[in-house]
Design a protein around this ligand. Structure first.
Ligand code: NAG
Ligand code: NAG
Ligand code: NAG
Ligand code: NAG
Ligand code: NAG
Ligand code: NAG
Length: 493
């Protein structure tokens, strides 16, 4: 479970191989064609949107609309917010402009790669569970008939075409939102961790940015950080623990009745609870791969989806979040880089940053206004937790999803595909916000996660609109500036 989005996966040693090689080729040909069209469409919708909604970021609209052929469930995509880390990107809130009198002066984006195929381990379990259901003699529920003709033809690890589009849409959105920060010699500085889907997300982002600017500003992927070496965009801690006990406890609770129901409807399938979890994941992966709602989605009702979502919440919380002693420390390197940019001073870090790269203005400039970094969900979770975002009143209960009604740890709102944190630095003239008066000429920081303004309750004097004075923000980041309080060393004990 903890390896859901990691690069290393068990090697392909058992289980059914995916069928239909020629179909796979056809699919690939089709998808690159449709990607071309998508980009054309992107340009058109973008242009159109400027005319229609000049005040708005034009790309709030989900770039796809889903229809399902499945009868049992009219709106399966109403449930895509329950897909946790496999949820397509969605804005949690509409973007709020900075308070009156404030001007954004710098932007730091860290973004997860777009929608992808499953990684190898989960793909094997999914294919195996599908085969189990296909080998039964009879379905006693007509809602399962589609399985008979289903072909498991998903690739692994890479971005799906829709995921590439998600990334270019994000690039275009960043251009529209922050174009006042650009000049001919001040364009975004872009880095990515080295896995292929992350690199491709960064490149699609820069492409979307260029297109939206009418090719006036053409950022490139400036730097790829080797995930096997010191890489602030990739989680690495050899001694870290695993969330497996919490997730399997919960999966055995929520998915057991679903497994029982399916095993009754497909006598002899003998599905386990874990396999049910992966069949639910298949709904998400199959949908993003085909850019249309998968029939698998209709097999599960809303209560089942709530269970699935919570399994993912536990996986992240106990994976690299607050529930994992050595989770947050993996975000320390990035936070120290962020503080360096915000304050225009050299990086001071003793954890996983590459000090050689960060010492050079060519590979770690401090005079840009837009920085964009591309990474993975587990690393974003570590960064949120190192910073102090989404701290929960009580640790997530592995046996009940409703134990804490005020829980804000909801993975699809933290790290969906293409999920992002944006740290805006702004300069404010004296102005009244909702409840406070801003001090003239002071620099503030505001943090948005998937567009939602974060309350930054850890910042002394934070305003009701989430504005934190820059010096107070730096002060609040003692865990990172203190090198992780000894946690980093524990990673190697
Ligand atoms: C940033 O500094 C470098 C020299 O270190 C310079 O070449 C470059 O033009 C500067 N960029 C901006 C946007 O000021
Ligand atoms: C965008 O991502 C797709 C899918 O991974 C990739 O094939 C394509 O080359 C990327 N585009 C750019 C401009 O790199
Ligand atoms: C730091 O980055 C340089 C340049 O990419 C690379 O050669 C070196 O191996 C990296 N060092 C570590 C420890 O990551
Ligand atoms: C079902 O699977 C379980 C565990 O994988 C196994 O112990 C059991 O024998 C199987 N039952 C049937 C009827 O195949
Ligand atoms: C890489 O990280 C290790 C462990 O924190 C550190 O000791 C080393 O100096 C780093 N190397 C570079 C080139 O940054
Ligand atoms: C760098 O951080 C350490 C704490 O980790 C601190 O003791 C030291 O003074 C800092 N150096 C600078 C130049 O700020």
């Amino acid at each position: 479970m903890s390896s859901m989005d990691k690069d290393k996966q068990p090697s392909l040693t058992m289980g059914p191989s995916s069928r239909g090689g020629s179909e796979l080729k056809k699919l690939k040909a089709n998808s690159s064609r449709s990607l071309g069209w998508t980009i054309v469409l992107l340009i058109l919708t973008t242009t159109l949107a400027i005319y229609l909604f000049p005040e708005h970021s034009p790309l709030q609209l989900t770039p796809w609309t889903i229809s399902s052929s499945h009868q049992q469930n009219k709106h399966p995509f109403a449930y895509s917010h329950y897909w946790g880390a496999y949820s397509p990107y969605y804005a949690v809130e509409e973007y709020r402009s900075p308070p009156e009198g404030c001007q954004v002066t710098q932007v730091n984006i860290i973004q997860r790669h777009g929608s992808r195929y499953p990684t190898v381990g989960p793909a094997l379990i999914m294919a195996y569970a599908v085969t189990k259901l296909q080998n039964v003699e009879v379905y006693l529920d007509s809602g399962l008939e589609f399985i008979r003709d289903f072909t498991f033809d998903l690739e692994t690890d890479e971005l799906v075409p829709f995921g590439a589009t998600e990334s270019s849409v994000a690039g275009a959105e960043a251009f529209y939102r922050y174009r006042h920060l650009l000049s001919r010699d001040n364009i975004p500085f872009v880095r990515a961790s080295s896995s292929s889907r992350v690199v491709n997300s960064a490149r699609n982002w820069t492409e979307g940015f260029s297109i939206a600017s009418g090719f006036q500003y053409n950022p490139i992927l400036d730097l790829v950080l080797d995930a096997k070496r010191n890489d602030s965009l990739h989680n690495y801690c050899p001694a870290i623990g695993s969330p497996d006990s919490q997730t399997s406890t919960w999966i055995n609770i929520y998915a057991k009745p679903i497994a029982d129901r399916l095993n009754e409807a497909a006598p002899g399938a003998n599905l386990t609870s874990i396999e049910v979890y992966y069949l639910m994941a298949l709904c998400a992966f199959h949908s993003v791969a085909k850019a249309t709602a998968s029939d698998w989605c209709g097999v599960f009702d809303e209560e089942a989806w709530k269970g699935f979502e919570y399994a993912m919440d536990l996986d992240k919380y106990y994976g690299t979040g607050y529930g994992q002693t050595l989770g947050p420390v993996e975000g320390v390197g990035y936070i120290n880089e962020l503080l360096a940019r915000l304050t225009s001073t050299p990086v001071n870090d003793t954890t996983q940053t590459n000090t050689t790269l960060n010492a050079s203005p060519a590979t770690f400039p401090l005079n840009r206004t837009i920085y964009a970094d591309f990474s993975h969900d587990n690393q974003l979770i570590a960064i949120f937790s190192a910073m102090g975002l989404f701290r929960q009143k009580t640790p997530l209960d592995p046996e009940r999803y409703d134990a804490d009604p005020s829980r804000t740890w909801i993975t699809s709102q933290l790290t969906p595909f293409g999920g992002r944190m944006v740290v805006e630095r702004m300069l404010c003239a004296s102005a009244k916000t909702q409840t406070q008066t801003l001090t003239d000429g002071t620099q503030y920081v505001r943090v948005l996660v998937n567009n939602a303004v974060q309350p930054l309750e850890f910042c002394t004097g934070v305003t009701a609109d989430g504005l934190c004075a820059l010096d107070k923000f730096v002060e609040s980041q003692g865990y990172a500036t203190g090198g992780g309080g000894g946690d980093w060393e524990k990673c190697f004990e």
